[in-house]
Design a protein around this ligand. Structure first.
Ligand code: ITT
Length: 201
């Protein structure tokens, strides 16, 4: 039987990217639109772990959540765990404005981080992390992707994430890396997974 993972998110783009990566491992993604409670914390890992357990207590079957954020070096890691809120409030233009005095490339360094927390039970959560270094562009570029994609250029490319296809973005991205690690784990641990699923029936 094909492997399938339940993925709790309200972000359709995360689902598309997860599907693009996990299909390489023969794993299907079953999205579920459960709103997760996001605690205020500096650590994406803690936020994701807490959310995964909280969603597990609702669905009572193994479930994945993913928390991600953009950390800008010269802004001491801002917006980080608050990326979603900052995107909705000051947006891309606001970020470019905060960086307007940083005119050289090196001073525009930023890191994208994605953490997947997969709850197999209330007290068994496995975590996968993907980190991508890059720079904040000088202008908004590209029509693809979502969120900060039009202003983030990963190391090794000259294009923003928003100028790439999903497959190309996934090759470089924090989410692509985290889901590849998750895919490898799922293949290796398919027996643990079926036991956890049986238990939850
Ligand atoms: P969930 O339902 O999964 O929580 P969300 O969109 O609220 O969806 P997060 O809480 O993880 O997700 O917030 C992360 C924010 O960071 C997201 O809304 C984007 O603004 C930004 N972000 C994360 N990954 C990104 C990516 O690959 N490209 C661009 N922006 C990204």
């Amino acid at each position: 039987m094909a492997l399938e993972v339940l993925f709790a998110t309200t972000n359709i783009n995360k689902i598309r990217e997860a599907e693009a990566v996990l299909k390489e491992f023969g794993v299907r993604v079953k999205p579920i639109a459960v709103t997760k409670i996001e605690i205020q914390h500096n650590s994406l890992e803690e936020i994701a772990r807490f959310a995964a357990i909280q969603v597990y207590t609702k669905v009572r079957t193994p479930v994945a959540v993913e928390d991600s954020g953009l950390f800008i070096e010269k802004l001491n890691g801002f917006p980080g765990p608050y990326s979603s809120y900052v995107y909705k409030t000051i947006g891309l233009k606001g970020i470019l404005k905060l960086l307007e005095d940083y005119k050289d490339w090196e001073s525009r360094k930023a890191t994208f981080i994605a953490v997947i927390a997969y709850a197999l039970s209330e007290n068994n959560v496995v975590v996968f992390k993907g980190v991508t270094e890059g720079h904040i562009s000088f202008e908004i570029r590209g029509g693809g992707g979502f969120g900060y994609d039009p202003i983030f250029i990963p190391q090794g490319s000259i294009r923003t994430f928003a100028e790439m296809s999903i497959e190309e973005k996934s090759f470089y991205s924090h989410r692509g890396k985290a889901f590849r690690a998750f895919g490898e784990w799922l293949i290796k641990n398919s027996d643990i997974l079926s036991k956890a699923k049986e238990k939850s029936l």
